[in-house]
Design a protein around this ligand. Sequence first.
Ligand SMILES: O=c1ccn([C@@H]2O[C@H](COP(=O)(O)OP(=O)(O)O[C@H]3OC[C@@H](O)[C@H](O)[C@H]3O)[C@@H](O)[C@H]2O)c(=O)[nH]1
Length: 416
Amino acid sequence: MIQSIWKMKKVLAILLALSTLSFIVYLTIGRKNVGSIHKYTSTDDLYVKEKTKLLKNDLQEAATKIQELEEKLEILETRIPKKYPEVKFLNYLKKKRILVTGGAGFVGSHLVDNLMLQGHEVIVVDNFFTGRKRNVEQWIGHENFELIHHDIVNPLFIEVDEIYHLASPASPPHYMQNPVKTIKTNTLGTINMLGLARRVNAKVLIASTSEVYGDPDIHPQPETYWGHVNPIGPRACYDEGKRVAETLTYAYAKQENMQVRVARIFNTYGPRMHMNDGRVVSNFILQALQNEVITVYGSGEQTRSFQYVSDLVDGLVALMESNYTLPVNLGNPVEHTINEFATIIKQLVGGHSTIKNVAEVEDDPQRRRPDISRAKNILNWEPKVSLNVGLQKTVNYFRKELKRFKHSHNKSSNFL
Ligand SMILES: O=c1ccn([C@@H]2O[C@H](COP(=O)(O)OP(=O)(O)O[C@H]3OC[C@@H](O)[C@H](O)[C@H]3O)[C@@H](O)[C@H]2O)c(=O)[nH]1
């Protein structure tokens, strides 16, 4: 198939070259000869005009044919078997059917890569509110992979061995955009996933968040801390939504004797973050790459600790495989003020952005840093990727995304 496509491409190129050549030969030699034999007459002029018109028509026809053939080629190329990343072979005793809700999202899609490479069967469920098909396109069509467009606010009936329940918008501007939907996803959605796990006797891991600690008055935050959350503030749809999700998880576990895991995920970054994600890492990098003002909300003295996405994925898999049922913090304990963070990004990216303090965000947690002793002791897990290495990878990713965006933007404006 590939060979015949190449042959077709060669024939097309030869056709085009021949017709262009004959046109040029005619215009140069043909016209010269006409001029050298006799003086121009109006009949000669007419002849030349007529001939040029005919050749132009021929060229136009050839161009249309080429376009038709190119379209056919495109269709044929889609039939060439796709090359997938190499996955491990697992026998039927070891191979699991794993559901990842929110599997087309930023964290979800990296988890899917990990599980697929291990050789498991992976079913992704996503409503594509913040997830994107592009994040999992590398697996589409693979025999171990399935993508279902579904909103987990509605029940789902499938057979699985494990469930990673990640579905929920996670960036503050996204989860605040439709707070009722965020609450529904984290309550009804979680009930549906716990119900499914109970029916099919699957192990279930719930993605919770460091936001359950609210604006903490204990620092760093251990899992035993109950938190300091404003139940009616703008972040409550997410904070309280996740707190109820945890409550539901332990209620099901106790009442139905289920195997549950709860990961409290701290600020995470990396490739596949959305250009419009709105969180600090993507905002600062995009601003720096475009020489725009880097916007620090409030004084910038609030702190965060950032973990690279591959570290988080390793932690999630280790937690699922463990026997531990209580919540576990997954985050990188290296803490920075947002002012420091802005300077780090500016230095890494270069350019001539300035850093500006703008209005503060309501209920913005002032300090955040995970106590990861539990994850270290129980899972033997700790982050491996330094901020510098992780940020460099993320900057490279956003640089490509910007080029891609500009390219498609130019293309569409040309088209219009
Ligand atoms: O452009 C920006 C964006 C954000 N910020 C600040 O940077 C800090 C971090 O903000 P982000 O929006 O990235 O993330 P937050 O820490 O507020 O929330 C996150 O917490 C942990 C995760 O579970 C969630 O993904 C998310 O809710 C905040 O203090 C925020 O005010 C800026 O100064 N400028």
